[in-house]
Write a protein of this length. Structure first.
Length: 222
């Protein structure tokens, strides 16, 4: 467990629970669903087995995760977030949006797991801006394809392309990042042929990136 700070502060207390190295990355992996120990090792390159075992014990003691045995025929042990741990979703997504602004897009040799967009769109979604939006959107980013579905602000993401989408847009990763960071306007991206539409129109593309971005959710006073 992270050392206690000599003060009464919710931030300090949160860091006591999840502030050790690798702890939040373990939570990030478990946001994708229950994982076996070997799944976590594969998803966290560079972590030592002794470190992972220790962090799992600490997170379990803190009530952030729990261990569960799957019924036969699987009969393996998985780790999953508790209800309390699941509440870290928005703090982690907020941290991801904040970090993305200085991290920049991935380099060509950076590896992303195949379903990276499922979590990415959850992190990018602004539930206030998209509270009344409905539609199905297919995003083809490089060789990866994702469907984002909204129904009155309720979001669902999945790998692959849905049929009959309101928007079907293809772009490379740099263009996607520039649109999500609002460094590039959708109409300019279309004009420069950095985005290709096979369904939908410029207004639909603009509407999509008005609710999916890395912009701060709370505007600070000037």
């Amino acid at each position: 467990m992270a050392k206690r700070f000599d003060q009464y502060c919710p931030v300090a207390h949160a860091l006591c629970l999840v502030g050790e190295r690798w702890a939040l990355l373990i939570v990030r992996e478990l946001l994708r669903g229950p994982r076996r120990y070997t799944d976590l090792i594969d998803g966290l390159p560079g972590i030592g087995t002794n470190i992972l075992a220790g962090r799992l014990r600490e997170l379990e003691t803190a009530g952030v995760i729990r261990k569960r045995k799957l019924p036969p025929p699987a009969a393996s042990t998985v780790y999953e977030l508790t209800e309390y741990g699941q509440e870290l979703e928005e703090p982690i997504y907020a941290l991801a949006r904040w970090g993305a602004r200085s991290l920049g897009p991935p380099a060509p040799d950076d590896e992303l797991y195949p379903e990276w967009g499922v979590n990415a769109f959850l992190a990018l979604f602004d539930p206030v801006a998209g509270s009344e939006l409905s539609g199905t959107y297919v995003l083809r980013i490089g060789e990866d394809v994702f469907t984002v579905s909204l129904e009155n602000g309720h979001l669902h993401t999945e790998v692959g392309a849905a049929e009959g989408a309101d928007l079907d847009a293809a772009m490379d990763m740099d263009t996607f990042f520039a649109l999500a960071s609002r460094e590039l306007e959708p109409r300019n991206a279309l004009g420069k042929r950095r985005v290709r539409l096979t369904a939908g129109d410029p207004e639909t593309l603009e509407r999509f990136f008005s609710v999916f971005s890395i912009a701060p959710r709370i505007q600070t006073a000037a």
